[in-house]
Design a protein around this ligand. Structure first.
Ligand code: FES
Length: 126
């Protein structure tokens, strides 16, 4: 439950009952349903950019630096997202998503991979 929910009138129970949780880098972050994933993480001081955020497109879906792996129902990729993820170093078959294009409507587990664009999936080889 969102910490603010405990102090809200009962009329707002329905609002807080639909607050998905984003798991990222060992943290659990509650947000309002429909918020953009990138905004949720940045508001929690959890950047999805491996390089300086200043060189990103700031959420316009064109730079590709906010790419992340998502477990959970993140909806279908937007047209813009599919287009950017089809341009190297991204691979359209990688399964990565652009955090700035994803609306959070369900609980998600999010992982950022290595590389400037987050395009380098880690392997579990020993
Ligand atoms: S911030 Fe540039 S594509 Fe998401």
């Amino acid at each position: 439950m969102h910490p603010a929910a405990a102090t809200q009138p009962k009329a707002l129970d329905a609002v807080f009952s639909n607050m998905p949780t984003v798991e990222y880098d060992g943290e659990e972050i509650d947000c309002a349903s429909g918020e953009r994933l990138r905004d949720v993480l940045l508001a929690a001081d959890a950047s999805v950019h491996n390089g300086p955020r200043a060189v990103s497109c700031h959420g316009h879906g064109s730079c590709g630096t906010c790419a992340v792996e998502i477990r959970g129902d993140a909806g279908e990729p937007t047209r813009r997202e599919r287009l950017r993820l089809s341009i190297p170093p991204h691979d359209p078959d990688s399964g990565l998503r652009l955090a700035c294009q994803v609306r959070v409507t369900d609980d998600l587990a999010v992982e950022k991979h290595d590389g400037f664009w987050g395009e380098q999936k880690r392997t579990t080889e020993s």
